[in-house]
Design a protein around this ligand. Structure first.
Ligand code: AMP
Length: 503
């Protein structure tokens, strides 16, 4: 008998499981949505988007909290056109940039709220609302009827996201159906996910970690994903117990919060865990050990990136060994290391981590400069530094790119510099990361003033313009900002000179 072909689009991926099996569980509403219902809802919503004028090349911006409306709208937008989920915590200017840069043709909002996104759309972009009805069906408000969305091809762009560039403007990452299907299949394979698995999704669904690792890998393997509106450490174990959760994936900050709240006893709810996955920021060896004691299951650190449709490497399930402090062997991609020009280094030598494989984007959108510098001989340069050991396990050694990794959320320092410089009292500004005990890194900045301004005033100025996670938590007022002989600001040198660790 021939093997069934692996799914190459999100529609194929969604089609595999029997209709009666539970797909999505909404713990707060006590609603279980079957695969049959999910498929019907996605088809109906895709038709609603098509009726609203969305065609294959059109982008649908989605600003919704975690939940069924977001999952259905994401899949439906990827069927009718391209989904562009945005962080609901953005401020108006950030929404404005994303809507314009992606050329969004439709904006999906909750019936209440989403005011900053609505203002950013400014009547130029039509708005539909999406809400969960009492029967577990997503209700789309404000739609016209009567058009049907076709089926997407593997090469169509399903999802477009921005990654913060360390220089210049954010880069647009077009993830094709085949990229997402490949990555979801890889994750399902890495952890041997199956119909009996129940994932607890605690990561936001406007980022690949939650979307691909928790939701798409589950749908690819016929299991169920439990989706609370947000991560709540107080409700976590109750939900795990009631829903018989078998695994969850999260950033180290979330694991740390769970560790901090745990006592000597294994929490009720952990007994059904097969494993825990950690990704998107470095998990300390200490935290990995402690978490294994708490949950009584293997903790598997993985390495993911938007441009790779998420997972590139992961520690494996037993009986294969897991090595704390490494992100494990390559999964679904080839991993190598490269020198400063992007040329391959001999096996086992440290260098920039480079990848190639079916999950990896072919190119950034409309960005020849980034494409020239990011792709060398078919390899994609990650901007991370690492080394592979004799067993092929990757250790990450640092970053070449100048991003701040705040508990998995990436902040591009130039964006924060620009916001500070927009204040009339600021003559020079430099933003940088400082160590933080649970977030890994926190955002701080130094400014040279040309008129009086207090730290509180500058912080308020930032909060009005950028999402909370990007705002500096400390702003140092300095006389001069140290530069190199060529006038370049060395962020890391400024950070080292100024900062005591954040609390
Ligand atoms: P994103 O595109 O937001 O998923 O961010 C990708 C970046 O997150 C990578 O290039 C790494 O810098 C970082 N990252 C992902 N996983 C890990 C990990 N396990 N340890 C350290 N950094 C990580």
């Amino acid at each position: 008998m021939s093997q069934p072909e692996s799914p190459r689009s999100l529609l194929e991926l969604l089609a595999a499981a029997p209709a009666s099996r539970p797909a999505v569980v909404l713990p707060e509403a006590g609603i279980r949505v079957s695969y049959g219902s999910l498929r019907a809802q996605v088809a109906r919503t895709a038709d609603a988007f098509a009726a609203a004028g969305i065609g294959r090349q059109d982008r649908v911006a989605i600003v919704l909290p975690n939940g069924l409306p977001l999952i259905v709208c994401f899949l439906a937008a990827a069927v009718a056109g391209t989904a562009a989920p945005l962080n609901p915590g953005y401020r108006q200017e950030e929404f404005g940039f994303s809507l314009t840069d992606t050329d969004a043709r439709l904006l999906v909002l909750p019936p209440d709220g989403g005011e900053e996104a609505r203002r950013a759309a400014g009547g130029r972009i039509p708005v539909l609302t999406a809400a969960l009805g009492t029967t577990g069906e997503v209700e789309i408000g404000g739609r016209a009827g009567g058009r049907s969305a076709g089926a997407p091809s593997p090469d169509d762009v399903a999802l477009v996201l921005h990654t913060s560039g360390s220089t210049g403007r954010p880069k647009r990452v077009p993830l094709r159906h085949r990229n997402l299907a490949a990555s979801a299949g890889t994750i399902a394979g890495t952890y041997a996910l199956g119909e009996a698995d129940v994932a607890l999704c605690v990561m936001p669904l406007f980022h690949v970690h939650g979307l691909v690792a928790s939701v798409l890998s589950t749908l690819a393997s016929g299991g169920a994903v439990v989706v609370p509106a947000r991560f709540n450490p107080l409700a976590f174990w109750r939900t795990a117990r009631e829903q018989r959760v078998t695994w969850y994936s999260a950033v180290p900050t979330i694991h740390q919060l769970l560790i901090a709240r745990s006592g000597r006893e294994r929490p009720a709810g952990a007994e059904s865990f097969r494993f825990v996955r950690s990704c998107s920021a470095a998990l300390s060896v200490e935290a990995a050990r402690r978490l294994e004691e708490v949950v009584g299951a293997p903790v598997l650190e993985a390495y993911g990136m938007t441009e790779a449709a998420h997972q590139m490497a992961s520690n494996p399930l037993p009986p294969r060994p897991r090595k704390f402090g490494t992100v494990g062997p390559a999964t679904g991609v080839h991993i190598g290391t490269a020198d400063a020009d992007g040329r391959p280094r001999p096996a086992g030598e440290p260098g920039e981590v480079v990848i190639r494989g079916p999950g990896v984007i072919d190119a950034y959108e409309d960005n020849p400069d980034a494409n020239r510098s990011s792709f060398v001989d078919g390899w994609f340069r990650t901007g991370d530094q690492g080394v592979l050991d004799a067993d092929g396990y990757l250790s990450l050694l640092g970053r070449i790119k100048e991003l701040i990794n705040r508990g998995g959320e990436k902040v591009a320092p130039p964006e924060v510099d620009a916001v500070l410089l927009a204040h009339a009292a600021v003559a020079e500004a430099v933003c940088f990361g400082i160590p933080h005990p649970t977030l890994g890194e926190e955002v701080a900045a130094a400014v040279v003033l040309q008129a009086p301004a207090s730290e509180a005033e500058l912080l308020a100025h930032c909060r009005d313009r950028i999402a909370e996670f990007k705002c500096p938590k400390r702003i140092y007022v300095v006389e001069t900002i140290p530069r190199t002989a060529t006038g370049k600001i060395l962020r890391r040198a400024v950070a080292a000179a100024l900062a005591e660790p954040a609390r």
